[in-house]
Design a protein around this ligand. Structure first.
Ligand code: ADP
Length: 498
């Protein structure tokens, strides 16, 4: 495996070790408690910033500001103006994209090639939601009642949205929550992940620069058990849009029960990626490898259960292993880096545990299998891209979400049996099928119980195409028209006309 050297970095202008406040009601303020927490670069351990640490009191203030804005001037802002704000924000994000990419890279570790590569998606999202802002409409519906009664629906913004996001793609995750809120006329209190809060704060600055009115977008950094839990249980929050682990998702649902707020959840996965013997293996090898190794495996829809048809299993798995061994692992700021660090010590410990568990369960690591600690890498949270062969369906490494660069390669023979095995997971987020047989592709795509099926590709995303989970991967959809609907209420109006 090639190891890129951690290059000396010039200090990021935003991540220069300084103190960052939170944004409430258009004002940059300290936490009510005065507390702060630190955020570090997971590749080097370097301190990037201290950040105001919000808790319940700050969430109260932010929700009150969001409520005032929602019921006040923001409710009078026309769709065309909301569209204009999103387009202005998109232009500002475009202008500052390099800075935002680097900020994601230093705060959570992803290679700069990846964070730069998000450009089309991030800008596309903002402009897609801008388009949606002027495309919202109810319907007139013919009813069968006697007499003359006219019935129609209004689509209304759901209200104050609590957005809670993880650290694995802060820029895209922030845009994914703020975009539909502005488009529909909602207001937002966003809590970024404690591991990587900086891009959300910088994006909030750009929202202010774009002219988003005070209180419409509020960002309260802090920890999950304090700030996050306060947002999820807040009686004046109308909806929670959450992305994160299924365990936290379950506590969000419990916390939401007090006022029965709307909830949308984008949770974890243990997605099957299926390679048939008739696949174009030259495309499937890098495709299946990067379906897991991209972002060091820290993607909820990563194709971590690699099902390979018996006939090509040995050849395919060894080619994926060779591919994994050649990946350049290192500091994400180095343009040659393909695999960055994991986000935190905690995440590295968790992944390392699973590497041990896999060996103990009898799987064979044909690539990787341990940490990387040589040279400058010793300061970061680096793990080798790992391929486990001889994995059985019931092993923990085949059932539990690892959230690291770990492939569990499983063999199959019969297609019907395969579909049952692929679906035998509590999750249902992503899935992949590699085949040149178009009928088989359709059959398997239909049979898989997952929110996305990628055929001869993996992890493609588009602002217009819905993304979300089946089963314990959550409910609700992000991107596409369904996403906008998540932020709207439907009101039926009946008018007796005669
Ligand atoms: P991950 O494993 O991806 O970090 P988490 O579900 O732990 O997933 O975290 C995702 C987001 O949820 C983070 O912003 C985190 O602070 C927040 N969070 C964690 N616990 C809670 C909780 N009990 N209530 C609300 N938010 C939480």
């Amino acid at each position: 495996m090639a190891v890129t050297q951690a290059i000396p970095m010039t200090r990021h202008p935003y991540a220069d070790g300084s103190y960052k406040k939170m944004l409430i009601d258009g004002q940059w303020i300290d936490a009510a408690s005065g507390k702060r927490f630190e955020t570090h670069n997971p590749a080097t351990g370097e301190l990037l910033a201290t950040v105001a640490e919000g808790d319940g009191e700050d969430i109260n203030r932010a929700v009150a500001a969001a409520r005032r804005a929602f019921e006040g001037p923001w409710s009078k802002v026309k769709p065309y103006e909301r569209q204009g704000l999103l387009l202005k924000l998109a232009d500002l994000v475009e202008k500052n994209f390099e800075e935002l990419s680097q900020l994601d890279t230093v705060d959570m570790g992803a290679p700069i090639s990846r964070t730069r590569g998000n450009r089309l998606r991030v800008l596309g999202m903002l402009r897609y939601y801008a388009g949606q802002a002027t495309a919202l409409h109810g319907e007139t519906i013919e009813n069968s009642l006697p007499g003359d009664i006219f019935s129609y629906t209004l689509k209304e913004p759901v209200g104050v949205v609590g957005a809670i996001i993880p650290w694995n793609g802060p820029l895209a995750a922030t845009v994914w929550k703020i975009g539909p809120a502005i488009a529909t006329g909602c207001t937002v209190v966003l809590k970024p992940a404690e591991e990587a809060p900086l891009t959300s704060l910088r994006l909030a600055e750009l929202c202010m620069e774009a002219g988003v009115p005070p209180g419409v977008v509020n960002v309260v950094p802090g920890y999950g058990e304090t700030a996050g839990a306060a947002l999820a249980s807040h009686p004046d929050v109308d909806k929670v849009a959450f992305t994160g682990s299924h365990i936290t998702g379950q506590s969000i649902i419990r916390a939401s029960a007090g006022n029965l707020k709307r909830v949308s959840l984008e949770l974890g996965g243990k997605s099957p990626d299926i390679v048939f013997a008739d696949a174009d293996l030259d495309a499937a090898v890098p495709g299946a490898a990067m379906a897991v190794f991209a972002n060091s495996g820290q993607i909820c829809s990563a194709g971590t259960r690699l099902f390979v048809e018996q006939k090509v299993y040995d050849e395919f798995v060894s080619r994926v292993a060779e591919f994994g061994k050649k990946l350049q692992v290192g500091n994400g700021l180095d343009p040659n880096t393909q695999i960055g660090p994991l986000v935190s010590q905690q995440q590295m410990d968790r992944v390392s545990d699973y590497l041990d568990i896999g060996q103990k369960e009898g799987a064979r690591a044909v690539a990787g299998g341990g940490r990387l600690t040589e040279g400058a890498l010793a300061k970061g949270y680096f793990v080798q891209p790992t391929v486990f062969a001889n994995v059985q369906d019931n092993m923990r490494i085949a059932q539990e979400e690892i959230f690291g660069p770990v492939i569990s390669a499983i063999s199959f023979e019969d297609t019907d049996e395969l579909v049952k095995r692929a679906n035998a997971t509590t999750f249902g987020l992503g899935s992949g099928v590699w085949t040149t047989n178009v009928s088989k592709a359709h059959q398997v795509a239909k049979a898989l119980r997952a929110g996305s099926v990628w055929v001869n590709c993996y992890q493609t995303m588009d602002p217009a195409v819905p993304f979300g989970g089946y089963k314990m991967s959550g409910y609700g959809r992000e991107s596409g028209k369904q996403h906008v609907e998540e932020y709207l209420n439907v009101k039926a109006v009946w008018i007796k006309t005669a």
